[in-house]
Design a binder for this molecule. Structure first.
Ligand SMILES: Cc1cc2nc3c(=O)[nH]c(=O)nc-3n(C[C@H](O)[C@H](O)[C@H](O)COP(=O)(O)OP(=O)(O)OC[C@H]3O[C@@H](n4cnc5c(N)ncnc54)[C@H](O)[C@@H]3O)c2cc1C
Length: 331
């Protein structure tokens, strides 16, 4: 374990969980995280708690900070490879899932009739997209096929089919490092392709990082029938082109002007295996774990990622950069 973490843990005597328990948040020890990720890989959390409301999330994070207990926010676990040794500190599973459409303020100047689509950070991004279509809004249809939560999407600037969070978000409420709840605009996140200021702050280990509490999207009204047809088309495209086995989606970001999947396939790696991890035959940028929980290890997945990177570099001269984040304790 990281000596700095040991120090913080022992000094703060964090095993007194009476405060979270008074908040109605039971804290469990040594909880396996693999079932909570889409690739079904990863070791245990030292401590684990689930929050259902933003108030609980805020209070739990503030308590963890006050006793020096590093925490890690787990959304849908669809973009992280958790090490086999697991995560030291407290893993907070985010189930804050309220979503609603609020009318635009009538006194807004200049006049802007677009409503606010408010979503707590643990809401499923795909569900928010479906709700936007039901409300007659347009612009978020691309998200109907994206796994994971609003928080994960805001952190990673998730996107598909030409749309991304950056184009639809108005602002997000964030608990910052100074313990203040602040409105972050798109400019504050300095979004780039699958990247943001939050993602750039090394999230490899549990720590004391900012937490996304909720997001407000601002979308124009459109034709619900057109929105529904677009969403159906995107879902059908996914079903045709992406594997159904457990995975983390795209393993590497697309290099400028090319596709990581095309390069991996051209390097002859479709179907390549390390242990229980395999390069998908259907989409070469997906590493799959066909055996589910207990089959591939995080080491297998990482070794396969390294094999892909070295082979693509040697054969095609391109450096592939991981899109997935490696989290937890790696030796
Ligand atoms: C089959 C499949 C297809 C996919 N297709 C796409 C795609 O088309 N486009 C795309 O962009 N992505 C895609 N992904 C990747 C993934 O769905 C997105 O990156 C998603 O936005 C991650 O959200 P999550 O809730 O699962 O985040 P997690 O994986 O749980 O977390 C990711 C990071 O965000 C942090 N985080 C999560 N919530 C918060 C919060 N509230 N506050 C602070 N930090 C937080 C975590 O600590 C972690 O560092 C795909 C994944 C799969 C499995």
């Amino acid at each position: 374990m990281n000596p700095e973490v040991v120090d913080r843990l022992s000094v703060a005597a964090i095993e007194d969980f009476s405060v979270p328990e008074r908040l109605g948040i039971p804290v469990r020890r040594h909880v396996s995280l693999a079932p909570l990720t889409t690739i079904k890989v990863g070791g245990p959390a030292d401590y684990f708690a689930t929050v259902q409301t933003v108030d609980q999330l805020l209070k739990l994070v503030r308590w963890a900070r006050s006793v020096g207990l590093p925490y890690f926010i787990l959304g849908g676990g669809s973009n992280i490879l958790i090490s086999d040794a697991g995560i030291r500190g407290l893993v907070i599973e985010n189930r804050c899932r309220q979503v609603r459409v609020d009318p635009a303020p009538c006194c807004a100047f200049p006049r802007d009739d677009r409503p606010y689509l408010f979503a707590e950070s643990g809401a499923a991004m795909a569900g928010v997209a479906r709700q936007s279509i039901r409300a007659g809004l347009t612009g978020l249809e691309w998200a109907v096929s994206i796994p994971g939560t609003v928080g994960g999407a805001v952190v990673g600037n998730a996107g598909a089919h030409g749309g991304e969070v950056k184009d639809c978000l108005d602002y997000a409420l964030v608990l910052d490092e100074h313990d203040e709840v602040r409105e972050y605009t798109v400019a504050d996140f300095a979004y780039a392709y699958r990247d943001s200021t939050l993602k750039r702050q090394k999230l490899l280990q549990a720590g004391f990082k900012p937490v996304v509490l909720s997001a407000n999207f601002r979308l124009p009204y459109g034709e619900p029938e057109v929105g529904r047809a677009l969403a159906e088309g995107y879902l059908a495209h996914r079903r045709r082109t992406q594997p159904v086995e457990p995975s983390l989606g795209s393993t590497f970001v697309n290099p400028p002007g090319d596709f990581a999947g095309r390069l991996i396939e051209a390097a002859g790696l479709k179907g390549a295996r390390v242990g229980g991890a395999q390069v998908s035959e259907l989409h070469a940028n997906f590493i799959i774990n066909p055996g589910g929980v207990g089959s591939a290890t995080a080491r297998d997945v990482l070794a396969l990622m390294e094999l892909i990177q070295t082979t693509v570099h040697r054969r095609l001269g391109v450096e592939l950069v991981p899109e997935v984040q490696l989290v937890g304790e790696w030796t």
